[in-house]
Design a binder for this molecule. Structure first.
Ligand code: AMP
Ligand code: MN
Ligand code: MN
Ligand code: MN
Length: 281
């Protein structure tokens, strides 16, 4: 099982459903030995996760940064980062501020489509002190009966081109990767096959990521099949990137991407954890 690594997991501090404590427990129960908590644009779950991880799993400090590339959004996972690093704190702060104003813009757009009160509704789906993202709007739309499930909420209201879609002003790809590196971390291009990019654009994005200082790409992602793994492996080989493995776990009801339930990296792909020198943190 990939030497016990799962390097992409969410908690309720962003859009996951479980508390950091419950995520750590579930990881340990599932046989994970090295767990990265990678909430969207926040470190607010890290202390609680670290406290409960002691003796159970090796907790890798991580984050999933939203970044802008060519007017679209990419996700960059930072692993083994120092959350107190100033450059990374600035990057996280800028994205967090964008998340707050973006939630208001989403609610404004939905109101114009006749859906009032969605900001309050999304907040009710969000952990105290956390900021509502699109998943919280989706859960609210399900709860009020506007849609049948979260997938439908994205499809009808939240995806690009839909009534609740907004242009997001994240930090740039270059700034995100630089901040992760400044914080001593390894930058990983997350779930490359989930951006809806053409093969050509995906290669351009991967090249830009590597030129910015990115060192790995997620080759094994929760819920992906052999076809997607093959395409992601080809990107790793083509651009000389290491491979990461991550379930992108959010929700215990979504068992197809449970923590630690991941096929192995192809044998010729360098595991991202081998980029960490022996004995480091
Ligand atoms: P945000 O960062 O607020 O724009 O939300 C992005 C998150 O929404 C992703 O990390 C996923 O958790 C979730 N997501 C994106 N697309 C979909 C979809 N089509 N169906 C369900 N969840 C999605
Ligand atoms: Mn998410
Ligand atoms: Mn993502
Ligand atoms: Mn994720």
């Amino acid at each position: 099982m990939n030497d016990g690594y799962d390097l992409h997991v969410h908690t309720c501090r962003s859009d996951g459903r479980l508390t950091p404590e419950a995520v750590v427990r579930r990881a340990a129960d599932n046989g994970v030995r090295h767990l990265a908590i990678t909430d969207h644009d926040t470190f607010s779950g890290l202390d609680a996760a670290r406290a409960s991880a002691s003796g159970l799993v090796d907790l890798v400090p991580g984050i999933e940064l939203s970044v802008t590339w060519a007017r679209g959004t990419l996700h960059v996972v930072g692993l083994w980062v120092d959350p107190d690093n100033d450059a990374l704190r600035v990057a996280v702060h800028d994205n967090d501020r964008e998340r707050h104003t973006r939630a208001e813009r989403i609610a404004g757009r939905l109101a114009r489509s006749g859906l009032d009160g969605t900001l309050e509704g999304a907040r009710a789906q969000t952990a105290p002190g956390a900021v509502p993202g699109r998943v919280h709007f989706a859960r609210h739309l399900v709860e009020r009966g506007a849609v049948g499930d979260v997938r439908e909420a994205f499809k009808r209201f939240l995806r690009a081109g839909r009534p609740g879609a907004v242009a997001s002003r994240w930090i740039s790809l270059e700034a995100g990767v630089a901040a992760i590196r400044a914080a001593g971390g390894v930058a990983v291009l997350a779930h490359p096959l989930r951006y809806g990019l053409t093969a050509t654009r995906l290669r351009e994005a991967t090249r830009a990521f590597r030129e910015a200082g990115g060192e790995a790409v997620e080759v094994v992602c929760g819920g992906d099949g052999p076809g997607q793994r093959g395409s992601a492996s080809a990107l790793a080989r083509r651009y000389g990137l290491a491979g990461s493995v991550g379930s992108d776990f959010h929700d215990p009801d979504q068992t197809w991407r449970d923590i630690g339930r991941l096929p192995p990296l192809p044998a010729d792909i360098t595991p991202v954890w081998s980029l960490r020198a022996e004995g480091e943190g």
